[in-house]
Structures are given as C-alpha cells and as structure tokens.
Write a protein that binds this ligand. Structure first.
Ligand SMILES: NC(=O)c1ccc[n+]([C@@H]2O[C@H](COP(=O)([O-])OP(=O)(O)OC[C@H]3O[C@@H](n4cnc5c(N)ncnc54)[C@H](OP(=O)(O)O)[C@@H]3O)[C@@H](O)[C@H]2O)c1
Length: 343
C-alpha cells in the first residue's frame, strides 16, 4: 500500500515509527507492506518518491527536520499538485486543525478523492464540517474515507461500531472528550488554582498555548458533531452544539459551590429525540455512582446508548500521538481488508 501524507508533525512521525515497528506483524498477519511515496508540509515543502521508500527508511530519515529522503525529487507548490503528482493508494491528511471551517483539509481530501486516492485523516476539521459531502464523494468514487483518530486519539469507536455492532441503532452518547478541561478540574478539586492547573496541563503537553477552545467547549463540540453526524446520521455543525455555562470563570464558580461527594467534569451529551438530534457540553457535578466520576487526570471516556447492547462505555488508557498513529494503522488495515474482499 503506497502512502502519501499532507502534514508530517507529531502524528506523522509517530505513524512512520509505528509502521516500521509493526512491519513484520502487518506482513505476516495481513500480507500488508507499506511504502511512502511522498510528503508535504506547510513550511518544509515536500518530496515525491515514485518508487516509494520503506517505512523503516522514512522513519530513520528525520524529514522534515533533516534532508528529504534519497530517491525522491522535491516538490514545490500547492497541495492539489502534490496530490496528483504523487502516485499513492492512500492520502493521509495529518495537518493542523482549523476549528472554524475545517480548511484547507476539506479541499485536500476532496482533491485526493477526485484523484482516486483513499483517504485517512486524524484531523477533526473536515469530518466535523463536511462529513456527509466527503463521504458521498468517496462512495461515488468507490473509495474509502476513514477517520478513527479524530475522536479520543486512536480509541476504536467508528471501527468498533462498524465491525462489531451490526444493525445497531445508536440513540445518544455521553462522555468526557476534552482532556485539558478535565485534567484542570481534577487538579482544582485537589486545591490548585485554575492558573496553576492550566500551567501543569501545558507542561504535560495536553493543553495548547490558547486553552479557550478547550475550556469553552469548542473542542468537545467539534468531537460531538463528528460522533452525532457519523453514528446517528445527524447534520449538526459545531456551532449547533450547545455550550452551557463553560469557561474559566464558570469552572471556578462551580468548583467553589461543589457539594461533598460530587466530582466536577466537563461532560458532552447527545440525544436523538422526536426525529431531531440535540447535543451539548456543560459542567456537571457528578454523583459517585456515575462511571464518569471515577475518571481522573487526562482520561477520556465515551458511553454509546445502543438498542442492542444497552449502554456501552469505552475508557481508553493514556492518549497521544502514538495512539493517534495506531488509529490510522487500524484504518489502513481496514481499507486493505475491504480491497481484498473486492478483488
Ligand atoms: N497530537 C495528537 O495526539 C493528536 C490526537 C488526535 C488528533 N490529532 C490531530 O492530528 C492532526 C496533526 O496533529 P500533530 O500533533 O501531528 O500536529 P503538528 O505536530 O502541529 O503537525 C501538523 C503538520 O501539518 C502541517 N501543515 C499544517 N497546515 C498545512 C497545510 N496547509 N499544508 C501542508 N501541511 C500543513 C505542518 O507543517 P509545518 O510544520 O510545516 O507547519 C505539520 O507538518 C491535527 O489535526 C490534530 O488536531 C492530534
């Protein structure tokens, strides 16, 4: 399977390493070998290697900090030119999130599908803003669009629903989807100020320099949009997700009035009701019997409300670029298995 990537940062590097580490296992269990035929980033430009370089070669070349791999030629110019010039089976869209419109990643994915490439992305923007359009284009072209790592790193959600919950109706979900907010609330409940807790979140690498999107619920709203649209057939936009009583001031106030035995968390919830889907993010003072009250630190969780298995809760371990890369590998294996069934 020939891979080309737009964006090669933390996740791209973790993916190159993981594919190199798992090369033997992927080959023996799935008869699957990978080569990289090109990569493009915003500032480093890009390269195309028509013959492909192995995962091990790519992982050890050090690009984009070092030189582009040998056997490749440099490419300048736009993503669309790169996508058509680069011979690949799958385009990986691993660029930075644009939380306002999902661009230019939507254009990258559209161009890849028009050029006949399957697409795997971990970028929330295009799936939150254009899932239905992109999925329709992929279906029309007979191509795959997969995005396991857009919600809770590489935790199996979409792949699990697709492969292990046949004929199941999902009528809602509830969970902790923003690590920064819940990590900060955790430290505040242990007596830290919000400022100190935020600084600690930055130190361990979960919080961005600008934490507004986390504390004010935008990050959770984007993820709720993806879950509602993909799993429940909704047509929400992130702005449709209600963000109720959030932000730094509300966190301080709610923490001060928290009753004994309760735990304060930023909770996302979604329900399908009388043909419409409603989703919201808010601070909740959880009782001890609530499964979400027992999560701590940066832990995320998601409960799916299903008509076959009742409430199904997924609580992953720690998340980060390595788990995000794993979700991409799961998507790639799934594409390869579907191609095998077709041939
Ligand atoms: N890190 C995680 O654990 C994690 C978890 C889940 C989802 N994600 C999502 O995965 C994506 C990648 O995350 P990351 O941590 O790898 O980010 P990162 O380290 O900031 O890397 C982003 C990469 O995208 C490139 N890029 C940005 N805009 C571009 C454009 N218009 N054209 C071409 N290249 C462009 C950057 O190039 P330059 O460096 O040259 O600017 C860089 O190579 C993001 O959407 C993120 O939200 C990340």
């Amino acid at each position: 399977m020939r891979l080309a990537t737009i964006g090669f940062g933390n996740v791209g590097r973790a993916l190159a390493i993981l594919l190199a580490q798992k090369a033997d296992e992927l080959k023996s269990r799935y008869q699957l070998t990978f080569s990289w035929t090109g990569a493009l980033t915003r500032t480093a430009g890009g390269w195309v290697a028509p013959q492909g370089i192995t995962a091990l070669e790519f992982a050890s070349e050090g690009w984009p900090a070092g030189a582009a791999p040998r056997q490749s030629w440099p490419i300048r110019g736009h993503a669309a030119e790169f996508i058509t010039a680069c011979p690949a089976d799958v385009l990986l869209e691993l660029t930075t999130l644009d939380p306002v419109a999902g661009q230019p990643a939507i254009d990258h994915i559209r161009a890849a599908l028009w050029a006949g490439r399957h697409v795997v992305t971990c970028n929330k923007g295009p799936i939150a803003y254009a899932y239905h359009q992109l999925q329709a284009l992929a279906a029309e072209k007979g191509l795959a669009l997969r995005f396991e790592s857009t919600v809770i790193d590489g935790t199996p959600i979409f792949n699990m629903v697709e492969s292990s919950l046949p004929a199941t109706k999902i009528s809602g979900f509830r969970g902790l989807l923003n690590s920064t907010s819940n990590y900060v609330l955790d430290l505040m409940s242990a007596g830290e100020t919000l400022e100190v807790a935020l600084e600690a979140a930055r130190r361990i690498g979960v919080a961005e320099a600008d934490t507004g999107s986390d504390l004010e619920g935008w990050d959770a709203a984007v993820k709720a949009t993806i879950l509602a649209n993909v799993l429940m057939g909704a047509t929400l936009r992130p702005a449709d997700v209600e963000r109720l009583g959030l932000g730094a001031e509300a966190m301080r106030r709610e923490m001060n009035r928290l009753r004994r035995g309760r735990t304060l968390k930023q909770v996302v919830e979604c329900i399908a009701d009388a043909g419409s889907v409603r989703a919201w993010v808010r601070l909740e003072a959880l009782r001890a019997e609530d499964v979400l009250a027992h999560l701590s630190g940066t832990q995320s969780a998601l409960t799916l409300r299903t008509d076959t298995m009742g409430d199904l809760t997924i609580i992953p371990g720690a998340g980060g670029p390595e788990q995000t890369a794993f979700g991409i590998v799961a998507d790639l294996v799934s594409i390869a298995q579907k191609l095998d069934q077709v041939h």
